[in-house]
Design a protein around this ligand. Structure first.
Ligand SMILES: [Zn+2]
Length: 187
């Protein structure tokens, strides 16, 4: 599959999800077929929010998506290292950074203040979006944050950056609407 076909597959899965027409879930046969290795067709960097579950949102089965979840869908060293593995060893051609409506991590970044060392570290990765989106609605800040972290993946990771430069992988960003279940592809 090329990137266009991968994106279409994600869109079709999201359509089934939105229309409550999901496919059957995994079974023993599928689990057996995957014990020797994995060939996910896309990488998703999404939030840890319990309402944002990429495998469900895109109506995918086990083995189909390489998902990295961290609050605020940020590109920090750990999330990038995970994605580097999928780019370098699993030949995934699309990375989707998926922000979502009413993201608590982005809200914390907008609110500012001292949240302790761990959350402060996380929020540091969202500050640029807060500044760029000053005066705008939360949804806009969330979209800017997804786009920013998509750029960070390429700029702060040699492996991902090289793969983008060599047309081996494309990075896109998206926005998940909690109520409708629709994923808007932002670029
Ligand atoms: Zn969130």
């Amino acid at each position: 599959m090329n990137v266009q076909e991968i994106q279409e597959r994600l869109k079709e899965g999201n359509k089934r999800y939105v229309e409550d027409k999901e496919n059957p879930t995994s079974d023993q046969g599928l689990r057996n077929s995957l014990t020797g290795g994995q060939q996910p067709f896309a990488i998703i960097l999404s939030c840890a929010d319990s309402r944002v579950v990429p495998e469900m949102i895109f109506d995918c089965n086990i083995g189909e998506l390489f998902v990295v979840r961290v609050a605020g869908n940020i590109a920090n060293m750990s999330s990038m290292a995970s994605i580097e593995y999928a780019v370098a060893h699993l030949n995934c051609k699309l990375i989707l950074v998926l922000g979502h409506e009413s993201c608590g991590a982005v809200t914390a970044a907008v609110n500012g203040g001292d949240n302790g060392p761990n959350l402060n570290h996380l929020v540091d990765h969202i500050t640029d979006a807060v500044q760029a989106g000053e005066g705008k609605e939360l949804a806009e800040v969330i979209k800017i944050n997804a786009a920013n972290n998509a750029k960070t993946l390429a700029s702060n990771s040699q492996i991902i950056g090289d793969a983008v430069a060599n047309n081996k992988v494309e990075i896109k960003s998206g926005y998940y609407n909690l109520g409708s279940g629709v994923v808007d592809f932002l670029d």
